[in-house]
Design a protein. Structure first.
Length: 345
């Protein structure tokens, strides 16, 4: 399993990261533990979670995933074999901390709670789950209204969060800092304020990236390259869409679409694009899921691709994408499809 540097830190993470967000809702604790065992045996050293998991978020399920991971650490004594990432909610959650946005104060509370659930004394990478000023990443609109934001307040909030994170890093409770669902401008502000104030530098950005959602290819890719803020690509299968299991209106029993009873990626444009990618995979004798994941790994800005699964067979297949190399011909054909379907979700 290939290792890559996490930003400018001394951490080397596997190019496949174990996603965990279904554990505690779609998956039992035993199933989550089986996935950790399989991933570790396959050579993974990087696992990502969040205080708000399992999904869909609710007062009943939030925190369960970290508890499941913590119980595995306690049972096996193998905490030291994982680079562990978690996240603090960015705000706008009515059942968490009085719906308050992330701040130095709420980050400390969140970290202490996560450490307790995870049964560890430190988190290697701690991320702001989404920007407190809002994020376009959670819908299909591609619309963004920066003119509605109070820039001074936004920048003050980033500085406050960085100061809180800095204190926790110095206490040894956090290793490094990252962001998630962020924009180019947002990351630039995190970097600028950190440099000016001597505060922790953002090491990574966790944004969605897949064959049918490629926001990262432009300004974010440029920033990632020059500033060494690597992408942790989540949803490389577009929530399972790129496996083909949702084609022609199908909603398999036990799938995410079935479990959540709604899925905004479904539309006639995404189905047409997925059909083209499925045809391409079949033409070259590739599994479509492995082709989709291998594409994210082929991108120069990707540090790691986050793989989520609801069973060990799915997980083993996804991990196998690390052994798939897409030829220049296949990559060229992918670009031709992307030219036809540049926006589908």
């Amino acid at each position: 399993m290939k290792l890559k540097s996490l930003g400018r830190t001394d951490l080397r993470v596997t190019e496949i990261c174990l996603g965990t967000m279904t554990w505690g809702s779609q998956n039992t604790e035993a199933e989550g533990h089986a996935q950790i065992d399989l991933a570790l045996e396959a050579g993974l050293n990087f696992m990502d979670t969040a205080e708000i998991y399992a999904v869909p978020r609710s007062p009943e399920t939030s925190g369960r995933t970290e508890e499941i991971i913590g119980n595995w650490f306690k049972k096996t004594g193998k905490r030291d074999q994982w680079i562990l990432a978690s996240k603090v909610a960015g705000g706008g959650v009515d059942f968490m901390r009085e719906n308050s946005r992330a701040s130095a104060k709420t980050i400390r509370v969140a970290v202490e709670d996560s450490l307790r659930r995870l049964q560890t004394d430190h988190i290697d990478l701690y991320q702001i789950h989404w920007a407190s000023r809002g994020s376009y990443n959670f819908d299909g609109s591609w619309n963004y209204a920066p003119h509605t934001q109070d820039t001074a307040d936004v920048l003050a909030n980033i500085e406050d969060m960085l100061e809180g994170l800095d204190a926790l890093v110095k206490e040894g409770k956090l290793g490094h800092v990252g962001v998630s669902n962020e924009t180019t401008w947002g990351i630039a502000q995190w970097l600028r304020i950190a440099q000016e104030k001597g505060l922790p530098r953002v090491a990574s950005v966790q944004n969605e990236y897949n064959l049918i959602r490629r926001h990262f290819d432009l300004d974010l890719a440029e920033l990632s390259h020059h500033e060494q803020v690597g992408l942790l690509a989540y949803s490389p299968l577009a929530g399972g869409l790129l496996t083909g299991k949702y084609q022609n209106g199908a909603v398999p029993a036990g799938s995410r679409g079935d479990y959540q009873k709604s899925f905004w990626r479904y539309n006639e444009h995404s189905n047409a694009a997925v059909a083209a990618y499925l045809e391409l995979a079949a033409k070259h004798g590739l599994d479509p899921a492995q082709m989709a994941i291998a594409f994210t790994l082929s991108r120069p800005f990707t540090t790691s691709s986050i793989i989520g699964a609801t069973n060990t067979d799915q997980l083993a297949l996804a991990i196998g994408a690390a052994d798939v190399t897409l030829s220049p011909q296949i990559l060229s054909e992918i670009e031709a499809i992307h030219r036809r379907f540049p926006r589908t979700i």
